[in-house]
Design a protein around this ligand. Structure first.
Ligand SMILES: [Zn+2]
Length: 234
């Protein structure tokens, strides 16, 4: 199982590691700060460097409990010590979009009982699918206003771990599913202090002010009770 450095420290931009396996798809490292695509969030890009050579990580994906770094050319062999560097600007935008999604989804659920059914986050924009029994544009706009008011309060975001048994009786922990692995014995929790807590394996900012401000760009019908909502960050 790859050690996931980003789960303890989402702000880690460089790290040292060793190639565990070179597969046809890419390299598996003993530990990595690269987040793999999952839960509707794009995986990381960046570089790996060893012995004066460097490889571009074009995509990071999850295979069983391993993280595979897809490279621009055949990678170094097992046992190679290397240094990894994230494309930090890209990752930080993903962290801001991801945390913004928690705030917006928390507001929509807490205040109107509107559930999220899916999300797709890129460095450029966020997309969330909401299950709206009777869609009301004014409610959605008010949701964005309340989300921005929370962001302006600059609440801290904290990471903690609990056992799967402790989480079993708490369905509110599973409103969003981003990079979350249900089979693990230890669950990782992401808490926006005083507002919301979720079981979540992804990368988030440490305080809400880092998000900036959320702007609704578009909403469209995707079936009877499903509204697809797009946002950007100012
Ligand atoms: Zn999350």
């Amino acid at each position: 199982m790859t050690e996931r450095l980003y789960q303890a420290d989402a702000y880690l931009k460089t790290f040292e590691s060793t190639v565990q396996v070179l597969t046809e798809e890419g390299v598996i490292l003993e530990r990595t700060a690269f987040f793999p695509t999952g839960g509707g969030v794009q995986g990381d890009e960046g570089t790996l460097a060893a012995g004066g050579e460097s490889w571009r990580v074009v995509e990071t994906v999850e295979r069983d409990d391993h993280i595979v770094h897809r490279l621009d050319r055949p990678g170094p062999p097992a046992g190679t010590a290397l240094a990894g560097t994230l494309d930090w600007e890209r990752r930080y935008r993903l962290m801001r979009h991801h945390t913004a999604t928690h705030v917006l989804c928390g507001v929509m659920f807490n205040d109107w009982g509107v559930k999220v059914t899916g999300n797709q986050l890129t460095p450029e924009k966020g997309r969330v699918d909401f299950s709206f029994e009777a869609f009301d544009r004014a409610v959605l706009e008010e949701g964005f206003r309340r989300a921005n008011a929370l962001i302006a309060q600059d609440l801290p975001v904290r990471i903690s771990f609990i056992s799967a048994a402790e989480a079993a009786g708490r369905p509110e922990l599973f409103k969003l599913e981003s990079g979350f692995r249900h089979h693990l014995e230890q669950l990782r929790l992401v808490e926006i202090v005083g507002f919301d807590v979720q079981a979540d394996g992804g990368c988030h900012v440490a305080s809400l002010k880092e998000i900036g401000a959320l702007a609704l760009t578009k909403s469209e019908n995707k079936g009877k009770a499903n509204r697809r909502v797009y946002f950007v960050l100012d």
